[in-house]
Design a protein around this ligand. Structure first.
Ligand SMILES: NC(=O)c1ccc[n+]([C@@H]2O[C@H](COP(=O)([O-])OP(=O)(O)OC[C@H]3O[C@@H](n4cnc5c(N)ncnc54)[C@H](OP(=O)(O)O)[C@@H]3O)[C@@H](O)[C@H]2O)c1
Length: 233
């Protein structure tokens, strides 16, 4: 499917994987709308992309957001706050519930609100992570969110057909999500030492998967893994 002149809305599109996806879609001639919480980052990202930018906290979707956006073809959801990893023994359960707020309920609510505005032939692409299949200690909630997103993807693909619904499952990918400094470089080095493709992912690697899923007309209910082979070892 040629996405030139189609409208692509990237919720979480001002940074990291979402920004790279917005940039790749714009590079193919799509008209891009990016949404995230921080107004200044929205302005800067939209300016760099030549896109429309809107500021919204997706943990509490503003009622009129999609009316303001208008009709569009593809919804991409990449919004996520920095990871909060906690052993179950010391977990604050209220905080654990909150953690589902943006990545799971934010995505579900965005899908619900987007539906009346999605054009025929449209698609929805959600975001999970390899933590669903390969959790470590402390990852109980993050891993559960990923599993829930993957189940949601399949359920929505059935319920919303012919709208296509898919998800991208990145492995560890260099992005602002992880912060900066020695600790994070150490993490990327550890990944490079262990995964078959010998490096951490780049946001452009992952963006390719979103572009594939939104432009491939016969794929739905699928989770595409982009992890350098990490799940194999
Ligand atoms: N990077 C990885 O290694 C990796 C691996 C697996 C899965 N993932 C998942 O991929 C997604 C994107 O990650 P990333 O690495 O691209 O992260 P990122 O660079 O930190 O980008 C996150 C985006 O989410 C937005 N955001 C955060 N809280 C928001 C809120 N309450 N309302 C609206 N927007 C909000 C941020 O915008 P503002 O700055 O404006 O808040 C930003 O645009 C996340 O769900 C993450 O869990 C990432």
């Amino acid at each position: 499917m040629n996405i030139a002149k189609q409208r692509v809305v990237v919720l979480g599109g001002t940074s990291g994987i979402g920004y790279a996806t917005a940039e790749a879609a714009a590079g193919r001639g799509a008209e891009v709308v990016v949404v995230s919480r921080n107004e200044q980052r929205v302005r800067e990202a939209a300016g760099r992309l030549g896109a429309t930018g809107l500021a919204a906290d997706l943990t509490a979707l503003p009622a009129g957001l999609f009316d303001e956006i208008g009709p569009f073809d593809h919804l991409v959801y990449t919004a996520g706050e920095p990871l909060s990893l906690t052993p179950v023994a010391t977990m604050d359960i209220a905080r654990a519930r909150e953690f589902f707020g943006l990545r799971y309920f934010g995505a579900l609510d965005a899908v619900r609100a987007a539906l009346p505005h999605l054009r025929p032939g449209g698609s929805i692409t959600l975001t999970t992570g390899t933590a669903s299949d390969r959790p470590g200690p402390g990852w109980a909630v993050a891993s559960s969110i990923c599993g829930a997103i993957e189940a949601l993807t399949r359920a929505l693909a059935v319920e919303l057909a012919p709208i296509r619904v898919n998800a991208v499952q990145p492995g560890v990918t260099r992005s602002p999500l992880w912060g900066t400094g020695e600790g994070v470089e150490q993490l990327y080095a550890e990944i490079a030492a262990t995964v078959p493709l010998r490096r951490a992912g780049e946001v452009t690697d992952v963006a390719d998967a979103y572009l594939y899923l939104l432009s491939q007309p016969f794929t739905t209910g699928t989770v595409v893994t982009v992890d350098g082979g990490a799940l194999l070892v």
